[in-house]
Ligand binder design. Structure first.
Ligand SMILES: [Zn+2]
Length: 394
């Protein structure tokens, strides 16, 4: 989930996913042409546009405050927070790891709905006071909408489906009683999937009921589908992380990868390496030591007419970004790949190249573990077998 950067608030980088733009305009449109004209008839078009725009912006500000509250509590628990990504149905706080205790997870999760409830209260007071004091209906109308939508957000997020906040509260409770994070996640994500399917079913019912509600039904189907996917994905990720636990980069990496020298031009690299090999990247060596990695994608980014003047060294990803120790945890290496510009990392010890590890290596390795894990005397054997296979296929 990349998206583009919107800015930074109190040290958290705020990113916006592209799907979110679509939702932004959908909400703007719904408020401007439907909700406000229906609830407050007789105002000018310009007023509806201003109400719609301010309602939409303040709605997304409310979402952002909800996410920031999660991030602040996570940070207070010493869980590193990279930033916040706003996407289709709200936001996510991007943390490098999950809470380590059920108590921490409970507190991180509960603060979000509480923030939405508090916002709902503040906007309700503004709307109520404004109506009594005879403020412009445009102001009190937007405030009333925000009071309502923040209440909806608080309640929706409290539903017990993982990865919603309510699902996290549910998970932390099961975790507390079973002392097993994986069991807790499985139970909570089943909750998420049931909730997702129920929303989809309810959405279809709205579409085909005697008095059909087209927009409401479609929204429910969309949200249900999203929740169902998110629940399944979070559980898969946890299972993956658990399987990877305790395994080291050394056991999974490919040894003795083919390398290129730093002084090659990109044209030579293309002609002599990429053209007749299947690899998508090569470690770059200088005087016998790795200094970086060059990938096919990087080559594509340079204009073809410059290939004969530019060297590999000028184009490559520097070693600092993509180096990993053979003793490193595989799960951590996977996280590092997600953050680096490459799906491969160079395995190095004291400035010497030991091997290369890619996400494909990891998934192949997992596949082998899954199929032959019990019958193999040692984990290493699976890696050795794969290396032999790779050598014999050349
Ligand atoms: Zn939340």
């Amino acid at each position: 989930m990349q998206g583009f950067k919107l800015g930074s608030i109190s040290g958290f980088e705020i990113r916006v996913d592209l799907s979110w733009l679509l939702i932004f305009f959908l909400i703007l449109w719904t408020l401007t042409v439907d909700l406000f004209p229906f609830n407050y008839p007789g105002l000018s078009n310009a007023t509806y546009i201003v109400m719609g725009a301010s309602g939409t912006v303040l709605f997304f500000t409310s979402l952002l405050l909800h996410e920031i509250s999660h991030s602040l509590v996570a940070k207070a628990k010493d869980i590193p927070v990279e930033g916040i990504t706003l996407f289709a149905f709200g936001g996510v706080s991007r943390t490098r790891m999950d809470a380590e205790t059920p108590g921490d997870e409970f507190q991180i999760a509960v603060v979000g709905p509480l923030t939405s409830l508090a916002l709902s209260g503040v906007f309700a007071i503004i709307s109520y006071t404004g109506e009594n004091a005879g403020w412009n209906v445009a102001v009190t109308g937007v405030a009333a909408y925000l009071a309502w939508i923040n209440l909806v957000l608080a309640i929706f997020n409290l539903l017990p489906g993982f990865p919603l906040d309510g699902g996290r509260l549910f998970r932390s409770t099961v975790w507390k009683f079973t002392n097993n994070l994986q069991t807790a996640t499985r139970v909570a994500s089943i909750g998420g999937r049931i909730l997702g399917f129920s929303l989809i079913a309810f959405g279809f019912w709205q579409l085909f009921s005697p008095i059909p509600n087209l927009i409401g039904g479609l929204w429910l189907i969309l949200i249900g589908w999203f929740l169902n996917n998110a629940a399944a994905a979070s559980y898969r990720e946890l299972v993956l992380r658990t399987m990877l636990e305790g395994s080291r980069v050394r056991e999974v990496m490919t040894m003795k990868p083919e390398t290129v020298t730093a002084d090659l031009t990109l044209q030579e690299l293309m002609d002599n390496y990429f053209f007749n090999r299947y690899y998508e990247s090569f470690p770059v060596m200088e005087e016998g030591h790795p200094i970086g990695m060059i990938t096919l994608n990087q080559l594509k980014e340079v204009r073809r007419q410059n290939w004969s003047q530019r060297t590999v060294e000028e184009t490559m990803i520097p070693i600092e970004e993509i180096s990993v120790s053979p003793k490193q945890d595989v799960a951590k290496a996977l996280t590092q790949m997600g953050e680096a510009r490459s799906r491969r990392l160079l395995v190095t010890t004291d400035g010497n190249l030991e091997g290369i590890i890619s996400s494909t290596d990891i998934s192949n390795w997992l596949q082998r573990q899954h199929e032959f894990g019990d019958s193999l005397p040692e984990r290493k054997t699976a890696t050795e077998q794969r290396v032999m296979e790779m050598q014999s296929s050349h």
